[in-house]
Design a protein around this ligand. Structure first.
Ligand code: ADP
Length: 284
C-alpha cells in the first residue's frame, strides 16, 4: 500500500507536527497535531497510530477503516484527510473533533446539558450522518456513544469505522464471522445470532446509542455480561425508559429494537423524527 506515496491521500510525515496524546484507541494512541498542507495552510488534526507490534495482526482492519473513511464527506461524519507513516507505524490523519467522545462529555458535563435540546440535536445529527452512510452503502457495525465525537456542544460526528465494511452491490447483507471484540450489548439479534450486519442492525445500535445518551452515559444492561443481555432480548424484554427520556423518544427506541429487522424505522425516518426543527442540522 505504501507504494502509492504519490497519491494525494498520502501525507508525508514531514507535513505533520505531533502534539499531546488525546486518547487511547483499540489500535494505538491518538495524538493531537498540526497538518501543514502543500499550500502552507495549517490545520488542527487528530493523528491515530497503529502500534508496531499490532501492524501484522491489525493492518488489514486499519487499512480498510482508512479506505472507507477517505471516501466519506459529511459534516456529521469524522473526516479522514489521509494516511501517513512513521517508521513501521501507520498514521491516520483525521479532522480534530475537539471535545472528544460524547459518552465522556455527557458524564463530565451533565449539568450543562438540556436533554430536550442537546440530546435532540445530537440524535438528529447522528441520524443524519447514518442516513448519509446508508446512502453511501456503508454499514458502520460499531455505532455506540463511545464512537460519537463532539466538535462543539452542538455538533456531533460519527467516528470509528473499525468494523465497517462497504456493502457489496449484489449483497443485501454482508456476512462476517471473525474474531475480535464483540460489542454484544449494541448488536441486533440477527448480528449476534447469524453474524449479519445491515443498515437495519445499525438502526438497532442507534437505539442503544440514544438510550446511553438519555441515561447520561449509563452502561446498557448494567453489570450484565453480553451473553446475559442477549437472553433478555430473546425473552422480549428491552432496555428500560431512562428518566430523562420523553415517551415519544422511548417509543422510537423501541421501534429500533423490533426483533424483525424489517419493522425497524429507517435512518431517514429517524432523522425526520428528531429534526422537526430543521435548523438543528445546520449547526456546526
Ligand atoms: P478505538 O479504535 O478504540 O475506537 P478511538 O478512535 O475511539 O479508538 O479513539 C480513542 C479516543 O481518542 C476517543 O475516545 C477520543 O477521545 C480520541 N479521539 C479519537 N479520534 C479523535 C478525533 N478525530 N478528534 C479528537 N479526539 C479523537
Amino acid at each position: 500500500y505504501m507504494t502509492n506515496e504519490n497519491e494525494e491521500d498520502y501525507i508525508s510525515v514531514q507535513r505533520l507536527k505531533m502534539g499531546n496524546v488525546i486518547g487511547e484507541g483499540e489500535f494505538g494512541s491518538v495524538y493531537q497535531g498540526t497538518y501543514v498542507k502543500k499550500n502552507g495552510d495549517e490545520i488542527d488534526v487528530a493523528i491515530k497510530t497503529l502500534r508496531n507490534e499490532q501492524i501484522e495482526t491489525n493492518r488489514e482492519a486499519f487499512l480498510s477503516e482508512a479506505s472507507v473513511m477517505k471516501k466519506l464527506n459529511h459534516h456529521c461524519v469524522v473526516k479522514l484527510f489521509g494516511l501517513s507513516s512513521l517508521g513501521r507505524s501507520i498514521l491516520m490523519v483525521q479532522e480534530l473533533v475537539s471535545l472528544g467522545s460524547m459518552l465522556h462529555y455527557i458524564i463530565l458535563h451533565k449539568d450543562l446539558i438540556n436533554p430536550n435540546y442537546e440530546f435532540k440535536i445530537w440524535a438528529a445529527q447522528i441520524a443524519c450522518g447514518m442516513n448519509y452512510l446508508e446512502e453511501q452503502r456503508f454499514i458502520h457495525r460499531d455505532l455506540a456513544a463511545r464512537n460519537i465525537l463532539l466538535a462543539s456542544q452542538h455538533q456531533a460526528k460519527i467516528s470509528d469505522f473499525g468494523l465497517s465494511r462497504a456493502l457489496g452491490n449484489d449483497h443485501e447483507y454482508y456476512r462476517a464471522m471473525q474474531g475480535g471484540k464483540w460489542p454484544l450489548k449494541w448488536y441486533a439479534p440477527e448480528s449476534y445470532n447469524y453474524g449479519t450486519f445491515s443498515h437495519k442492525s445499525d438502526v438497532w445500535s442507534f437505539g442503544v446509542t440514544i438510550w446511553e445518551m438519555y441515561s447520561f452515559g449509563e452502561v446498557p444492561y448494567g453489570e450484565l455480561k453480553g451473553s446475559d443481555a442477549i437472553k433478555i432480548i430473546e425473552e422480549g424484554d428491552r432496555l428500560k425508559q431512562p428518566e430523562a427520556c420523553p415517551d415519544q423518544i422511548y417509543e422510537l427506541m423501541r421501534r429500533c429494537w423490533r426483533y424483525d429487522a424489517e419493522e425497524r424505522p429507517t435512518f431517514k425516518e429517524l432523522l425526520h423524527s428528531f429534526s422537526l426543527d430543521s435548523d438543528y442540522m445546520n449547526i456546526r
